[in-house]
Design a protein around this ligand. Sequence first.
Ligand SMILES: [Zn+2]
Length: 160
Amino acid sequence: MENGKPITTMCAVIAMDYTNFCYRVCSICERTLPVNPSSSLCKFCNFNAFNPGSSSSKRVFRLLMSIATDKEVQTVICFDRVAKVLFGCSADEFFDFAKLHPFAAETVSEILVGEMFRITISKPKNGNAQHSRVVQIVPLSSCFQPAIIRLRELYGVNSN
Ligand SMILES: [Zn+2]
């Protein structure tokens, strides 16, 4: 990973940060919204006073996990598109599920730890980003199921 080119490697997930897996963005421009819920509307999109419902928020995944490759153990970050492969649903859907099932995120971590993936990782381009970013993730097990499917089985919830 010396020259900043993305690398593709096999890895096993060894830990996942299930305490902080998503954040809120504006549903229109996808700018990150402040954590404080009283200022949860996007100041760039919500200028139209005649249509106050014009901007709303949605959640997107930002998932930290530790992976082991044949060379090293490292912490990588998965943003929304990649994390959806693991979760099998949007961050909003998962958040709603987790509201009803408080241990859902912890269970996702238990489900994913030990899974093998073929992973493509890109090193941070600037000094502000701490972690390499996962740009693609492909489960190696032919019986891999996204976490939400396993959760619905575990909790006995029908998908519709
Ligand atoms: Zn906006």
